[in-house]
Design a protein around this ligand. Sequence first.
Ligand code: GLU
Length: 313
Amino acid sequence: MSETEPDLAAIVRDIAAEMLTRKDRGTVATYIPELANVDAQRFGLAIVDVAGNVYAGGDSALPFSIQSISKVFTLTLALGRIGDRLWRHVGREPSGNRFNSIVQLEHELGVPRNPFINAGAIAVTDVILSGRQPRETLGEILRFLQFLADDTTISIDQDVAASEKRTGFRNVALANYMKSFGVIENPVDYTLGVYFHHCAIAMSCEQLARAGLFLSCNGVNPLTAFSVVSAERARRINALMLTCGHYDGSGEFAYRVGLPGKSGVGGGILAIAPGKASIAVWSPGLDEAGNSHLGRIALEEFTRRTGWSIFGP
Ligand code: GLU
């Protein structure tokens, strides 16, 4: 190992050991009742570098609810489907509001700020659904993740999906509001059904890090040499993750971690170190902005030790 190459195995081991003992673990999301049952003591971390080496620690093999991290992959699919026409349905600016906020939608005539807030992700799901049946669309999203992670065991947690459907009144309001502006094309129930189910996909840190690897390598999966998206598209998805991936905590995440990242209320974060690695971390307790509390701290420690922040060491 050269002096400039960080010892990833040691870094992962140290971070996992520290995080498992910390008392400040944030608060597990309860607004989706099924997520409230998850053990706040869990912590997992996995790194897959561009050579395909895997470094993993803690509960890195345990599947958890990826929730909004799925939005990176639905965005990729929607861009593949309609290209830049997607930007007629959704914007590209940070929202500065909570993940499920409705306030901006009225001023902006039902076009959500970005693809990662709930309203924006629902609009993206609607684009993928157009011309298809909900079941087909969901199958396509799931198979895309299985393909990227090279793992056909990845599945949807039906209990989480049902739990979210039962209590997702805010998302129902967002979708109906957008529908009133003509931004949602399909029946609201269909679009939300697909949205709730793709948020309920369960994956482990190792599977997630593998699935994100194409974003670290100019759109190509270095393990299979398969080109998932163009280099330009990968760069732009990373830009959106950096500016919008942590809702109203995106500035703080960029400041502290300095990597494109996407969080989910299940406590996962997918972070991309361009040219180096894909990193997934999971700790179920959230901070006030709805992002994994220890996940962010672990990634901050990770970029401090590796010097891999995109803004410099
Ligand atoms: N399925 C969640 C919701 O719509 C996703 C939110 C998140 O992970 O941030 O409320």
